[in-house]
Design a protein around this ligand. Structure first.
Ligand SMILES: Cc1ncc(COP(=O)(O)O)c(C=O)c1O
Length: 387
């Protein structure tokens, strides 16, 4: 079955499955003081070192969480609350409009319930935030609590100049958070070298288990916790540590990061083959995102005159799994907020498919799409005309 939806979730790596399975059979709460507890603690701490090593962080900078959504909430709410507590005037969050809903909806909630003011950074038609846009947003506002800009976009794959953006935030002494869920394992990600204060990552996008992730957080970053309780994870994130999840996350991250340089070349070639082939089959296809600064495995394509949902279902009926890349609320297809922010017109934004490749992708997966795409697009266009 050709699976081209790795940006949604990717198969677990065999070594991660083995590590999780072994750890699940082992007893012990990592906070307990007896032998079983100490053994569980050792496994967690070894995993913390392994994950930190893979991502250029120090072990003490790793806060284990339940995944990307929790890490995004923790970073954005936690930094906002801490900075506002230090100075009540700091109520502004500077953000890109193409963030994942885990950040966007957190920002909406803070605006509705906590009096946050949001400054949206314009993105260019390729989906990039320019350093100048951030510079002028920070020059205009003296009340900024934090900046949050994702490392790489989950729909169109555009990669942001994160290091430069973080440096600009620091010129204004403002902390910088990045959602690197799609970047870790796909691109070189080095926490220390990036200069960011907080970085979100999750296991299930790189071959680890769902429900295990981390927030990398500089030691000098102060944030108010979301969860109160046993004070685990530097008092920033309470809750009994999920030792099997943590072990699986670290094993998968290490494997993904080790394979990343070769995978980047392999996936970029597969993506080129896909995009070139679709262009030949459907000459008016629009390729969205940045022409060079994009994730190696994501191809986001608009097919004028088609509904993205129809294309998705027609491909699914032929055994090919992909995504429209945009959110669907209560069963109603919404034009992608990412494409709208990039200046696409709403009909184009509704006519898109995201093909995302990952560690198990093959030439056969790509060829399966190329065999079917022309008849599927023709059929979706006929259906669109009838409707
Ligand atoms: C960019 C981005 N951020 C956050 C998330 C949420 O991560 P999780 O599924 O681990 O909660 C995702 C997953 O779709 C994502 O792509």
């Amino acid at each position: 079955m050709p699976y081209l939806d790795h940006a949604a979730t990717t198969p677990m790596r065999p070594e991660a499955i083995a590590a999780v399975t072994t750890a699940m059979a082992e007893l012990g709460n990592p906070s307990s003081l007896h032998g079983s507890g100490r053994r569980a603690r050792r496994r967690v701490e070894e995993s913390r070192e392994q994950l930190a090593d893979a991502l250029g962080a120090r072990p003490s900078e790793v806060i284990f969480t339940s995944g990307g959504t929790e890490s995004d909430n923790l970073a954005v709410k936690g930094l906002f609350w801490a900075r506002r507590a230090a100075d009540a005037n700091r109520r502004r969050i500077v953000a890109s409009p193409i963030e994942h809903h885990a950040v966007l909806d957190t920002l909406d909630w803070l605006a509705d319930h906590e009096g946050a003011e949001i400054t949206w950074l314009a993105v260019d038609p390729t989906g990039q935030v320019t350093p100048d846009a951030l510079r002028s947003a920070l020059a205009e506002a003296g009340d900024v609590a934090l900046v949050t800009v994702m490392w790489a976009n989950n729909e169109v794959g555009t990669v942001q100049p994160i290091r430069e953006l973080a440096a600009i935030a620091h010129e204004h002494a403002v902390p910088f958070h990045t959602d690197a869920v799609q970047a870790v394992g796909a691109l070189p990600v080095d926490f220390a070298a990036s200069g960011v204060d907080a970085l979100t990552m999750t296991g299930h996008k790189l071959g680890g288990p769902v429900g295990a992730g981390a927030l990398l957080l500089r030691r000098d970053a102060v944030l108010v916790p979301l969860l109160h309780g046993g004070g685990q994870e530097r008092d920033v994130r309470s809750g009994t540590l999920d030792a099997p999840g943590v072990v699986g996350l670290a094993v998968a991250a290490e494997a993904a990061v080790a394979a990343q340089p070769d995978e980047l070349i392999r996936l970029a070639a597969l993506r080129d083959r896909l995009v070139d082939g679709v262009r030949r089959a459907v000459p008016d296809v629009i390729v969205n995102g940045h022409p060079s600064e994009h994730l190696p495995g994501i191809a986001h394509l608009s097919f004028p005159g088609c509904e993205g949902d129809s294309l998705l279902m027609l491909l699914d009926a032929r055994g090919i799994e992909c995504s429209t890349g945009s959110a669907c609320s209560a069963g109603v297809a919404q034009p992608s907020h990412v494409l709208i922010a990039m200046g696409a017109d709403p009909s184009c934004a509704r006519s898109s498919l995201r093909f995302s490749l990952g560690h198990t992708s093959t030439v056969d997966d790509v060829e399966a799409v190329l065999d079917e795409i022309r008849p599927v697009v023709e059929r979706a266009r006929r259906a669109g005309q009838v409707a």
